[in-house]
Design a binder for this molecule. Structure first.
Ligand code: GLN
Length: 476
């Protein structure tokens, strides 16, 4: 798919040097969003505010002031980020009409460097899903085949980047929601270390694994966006100190000294043979270039999906308790009393998947079942963390596919939630243990993109970007 945007650094440089105005960039992005509206990547546009902000950036340049590293670069945020200028719905009816009273830290940081949010992208409602089919509004179509899903939950963000609606998009990843849609759409999707990017102002899903990250056209662009949004934030107590820089200068990476683990559990029965073939070719490249590639086993990974689908709904059920029909968005107006207002607002406002997760979550947290499910899941989660820690004393990175298949057909899994959940098998492990992971394009199968997933130890996001950049160049 032809890219309509230069690398982000170049774009910003063009604006700063006066070659093109911020206003022209923003108008181009808004026009492209309209031209490709049939893919349903975007829920709402932020026209008025984006144009005002573009004029501010241009005025700064006229005055000789510094407009920032991302001067005039348009971007699209998943609609679970609080952003001024459009509703924040998280693609759920219960949040319809909700205007953010403040902006998320990631958005504030991007704006302070001159970037301009032009639209909000579609997602599975509250980020629950892997295809955007759980959006209460519409399903995003895959840019490579409009009968197929774009992945999810950040499917709108990934499709937006693949369609070149903007140079980059923000997504969130709780169990794979940045990496899997990036894989399905042929984009780069980075899930940073848990806590590296503030979650302040992001609609909470499962707070112990929610991570903010970029979806981009290249590893360089992902590194630049991460460099802007990473770091401690007083508004999010789980944030951690950042590495000095995430920018990855050319050719610094030495594969001769690198040990890479192939995750045995990811190459089992469920893996599509054509996807397997593409991943194996990428691994061959690494070997040829001198990397020490060994097969490794993480036995508890087999349980990661079960653990995720207990811990995640448990956290979802408490996080969604705040949508009571009184404080945010939709409220049922004809209730006789407050209890009825809570009940009917939630009954009418939440979609089926949110209700399913609330029910599973409250079940596994209820007395009598807490020990049998939630506590057991947390115990296995610790075991999994220990296994990852142990493996990372032996290898520098782990590598495998991002998803077992390429993009599936719209409707293929909607009647079978378990089949949908099974597709997350390769992404939930890194989420449960909080380590950084990236999906980069790795060829295609009959025109449908394949994603290569690389996983690094905690807080080694920069090293992850460096090897990803090497692989990206080798895959071209
Ligand atoms: N597909 C996974 C789920 O449905 C992951 C979602 C996410 O990362 N937000 O929970």
């Amino acid at each position: 798919m032809a890219k309509k945007w230069a690398p982000i650094l170049e774009l910003a440089e063009d604006v700063r040097s006066g070659k093109v105005s911020a206003l022209e960039q923003v108008k181009k992005s808004l026009r492209l969003i309209d031209e490709h509206s049939e893919f349903n990547a975007v829920i709402s546009k932020i026209e008025k505010r984006a144009i005002e902000r573009a004029k501010e950036v241009d005025a700064k340049i006229q005055e000789g002031a510094d407009p920032g590293r991302l001067a005039g670069v348009p971007f699209i945020a998943k609609d679970n980020f609080l952003v001024f200028g459009a509703e924040t719905t998280a693609a759920s009816n219960i949040l319809k009409g909700f205007d953010a009273p403040y902006q998320s830290t990631a958005i504030e940081k991007l704006e302070s460097e001159g970037a301009i949010c032009v639209a909000k992208a579609n997602l599975d409602a509250f980020a629950h899903g892997a295809s955007t089919e759980n959006s209460d509004f519409f399903t995003t179509k895959n840019p490579h085949d409009n009968t197929r899903v774009a992945g999810g939950s950040s499917g709108g963000s990934a499709a937006a980047v693949a369609l070149s609606l903007a140079p980059f998009a923000l997504g969130t990843d709780t169990g794979g929601s940045i990496r899997q849609p990036a894989s399905f759409c042929g984009a780069v999707g980075l899930k940073p270390t848990y806590g590296l990017v503030s979650r302040s102002g992001v609609v909470a899903m499962a707070s112990s694994t929610d991570v903010v990250g970029p979806i981009t056209n290249s590893v360089d662009d992902a590194a630049l966006v991460l460099d802007v949004i990473a770091g401690q934030d007083p508004l999010d107590g789980t944030t951690i100190p950042r590495q000095e820089s995430y920018l990855t200068p050319n050719s610094t990476f030495n594969l001769q000294n690198t040990k890479i683990g192939i995750i045995k559990e990811y190459f089992g029965d469920g893996l599509d043979p054509d996807v397997r073939n593409k991943i194996e070719l990428a691994i061959e490249d690494l070997k040829k270039a001198g990397a020490d590639v060994v097969e490794v086993s993480l036995p508890s990974l087999a349980l990661a999906l079960a653990v995720y689908y207990i811990v995640c709904p448990a956290e979802v059920s408490s996080n969604l308790a705040r949508y009571d029909g009184q404080r945010f968005g939709y409220s049922f107006k004809d209730s006789k009393n407050l209890d009825e207002s809570y009940e009917v607002s939630r009954e009418q406002g939440f979609g089926n998947e949110a209700k399913r997760r609330i029910m599973i979550g409250t079940y596994v947290l209820s007395s009598g079942y807490y020990d049998a499910y939630y506590k057991k899941a947390q115990t296995v989660r610790t075991k999994l963390t220990n296994e990852f820690n142990e493996i990372f004393t032996k290898v520098d990175f782990l590598i495998g596919p991002t998803a077992p298949t390429t993009a599936f057909k719209i409707g293929e899994n909607t009647q079978d939630p378990l089949a949908m959940y099974l597709g997350d098998i390769m992404t939930v492990g890194a989420s449960m243990v909080g380590v950084p992971a990236i999906s980069i394009p790795c060829g295609d199968v009959s025109g449908l993109p394949v994603g290569l997933q690389i996983i690094a130890p905690q807080k080694q996001d920069r090293e992850l970007l460096e090897i990803a950049k090497w692989c990206e160049e080798a895959n071209r």
